[in-house]
Design a protein around this ligand. Structure first.
Ligand SMILES: [Zn+2]
Ligand SMILES: [Zn+2]
Length: 212
């Protein structure tokens, strides 16, 4: 079964998740935006073998530590979707703009597209392409664990910003209603910032997508 621990990183309190297979103790880090020592310490304390990096999208608070972490542990980088290439290319500039430690661009070992799967240990997660916040945003869904790692697509009581280059409000709404809602009302999602919630609760109460 899939287990996970969320570690808030960077001044933006981005929810980096360590996801692992409790049978094999193989782990993937989702969105290592920074504060790598904090992530590495948590992995060590849990007694896990870190084997992969998975990315939802290439904003600095989600992807800023990727190149360095991959280098330190010789890890393959999976995701995001090729639509975020320009955000990866701009990581150094993003880090300067937001006063982050110098971030480096990288080349994903494997780009993702809608319908792909990723695997850690014996746990398989479905990949959905969810553009709108960024063009190449993806989410990771474990139907077995009823969990979804949704980056900056949907928050408890909110939705992702769409005023960045390549953002699109209508696309974001479609991503949420057509690709997240079908995962089921009882699915718990881990957003890129803030508290967890369920898709059912957001469908009922979220002021931006409630009643959809
Ligand atoms: Zn973002
Ligand atoms: Zn974010």
């Amino acid at each position: 079964m899939l287990k996970y621990l969320t570690v808030p990183v960077t001044p933006f309190a981005q929810n980096c998740s360590i996801a692992w297979c409790d049978k094999t103790l193989q782990a993937a880090v989702i969105d290592p935006g920074g504060d790598l020592e904090k992530i590495e310490t948590a992995i060590q304390q849990l007694g896990l073998n870190l084997e992969q990096i998975w990315l939802t999208h290439a904003h600095i608070d989600h992807a800023g530590g990727t190149a360095e972490l991959a280098k330190r542990h010789s890890l393959p980088i999976t995701g995001p979707h090729p639509g975020d290439q320009f955000w990866i290319d701009g990581l150094a500039q993003q880090s300067q703009m937001f006063g982050f430690p110098q971030a480096e661009a990288f080349t994903p070992t494997r780009w993702l597209k809608d319908g792909d799967t990723v695997q850690v240990g014996e746990c398989v997660l479905d990949v959905r392409h969810t553009p709108g916040h960024t063009p190449g945003h993806v989410v990771f869904h474990s139907p077995q664990a009823k969990r979804a790692f949704v980056g900056d697509v949907l928050f408890a009581g909110g939705i992702g910003r769409t005023d960045f280059p390549g953002g699109s409000h209508p696309e974001l709404i479609s991503s949420i209603t057509e690709r997240l809602w079908p995962m089921g009302d009882d699915t718990v999602f881990i957003p890129g910032h803030g508290l967890e919630s369920t898709f059912g609760r957001e469908r009922r109460t979220n002021p931006f997508v409630g009643g959809t």
